[in-house]
Design a protein around this ligand. Sequence first.
Ligand code: PBG
Length: 327
Amino acid sequence: MEHMLRRPRRNRKSQQIRQMLAETSLAIEELIFPVFIEEGKGIKREITSMPGIYRYSLDQLLREVEECLESGISSFALFPSIIDDLKDSLASESLNPEGLYPKAIIKLKSAFPDAILMTDVAMDPYSSDGHDGLVENGEIINDKTLAILADMALIQAQAGADIIGPSDMMDGRVKVIREILDKHGYQNVSIMSYTAKYASGFYGPFRDALDSAPKHGDKKTYQMDPRNQREAILEAELDIEQGADFLMVKPAMAYLDVIYQLSSRFVLPVAAYNVSGEYAMIKAADQKGWLDGNQVMVESLTAIKRAGAKVILSYFAKEYAQLIKSS
Ligand code: PBG
């Protein structure tokens, strides 16, 4: 056998060497924890398809957030479950300054001023049609939706949101949101645009959690086609022009190439949303004993980071933080 000069295994020979040479790390500060809220008192309801993830009434939410802060998680993305009676075709409840969502932001901010609160801007949780935009004759109307989204973002900023997260995929929404925020003195409120949000089957458990599935049709005229990568670059260019502070790719695991593309091409930080279905798959396989849930959680989050995400929204955030703290 020939003398081998190059032996990559030397750089893997001990835990210490591997630690020294690790190219990727994921800090707890880089995670955002999505949390579901609902009206009521004393409620902590587990989402069937997302074991370990709950819908909280505001009193319980405060306790949950406190626990997260203790484990080092300080950023949260809030998603409301709105009762059917309050849903209509204009998503009017989203503009109610006394509604569940602004109330939650105000409560959290006054209890935990240093927590980072990210909001969701889209009509679907409040819409009787279950779509992210306004529906007229079965069509999702872009430009009329923009005014509603802008007003929604303003209400959220007034309540104390730190980062506005438009998840609706209407064209031009970052611009109208930036403009309305600036006009009202909220220059310091950031926008994390859902830049490349794909029409994905991985959102299933989330729609169960919020009862927000479209009543008819699908979201393919506004969310992106999973076959496309170049189009994500166009979306990113437009978001940057319109004043976005972060670009987001969603889902994460099946779209690592898109995360890589955006993070190599653009200077803005790229966030990735490790969505409900990605969480559900790992949890289900772990519960069946088919894989080691903790190992696969860390591996998946690390892979998203390695692909180029600076920030990750993940239902694993709290569990990851607790695991890191205990090891
Ligand atoms: C809708 C919205 C969705 C998610 C976040 N905001 C679902 C959808 O587009 O139907 C999905 C998040 C997840 O699956 O974890 N505005």
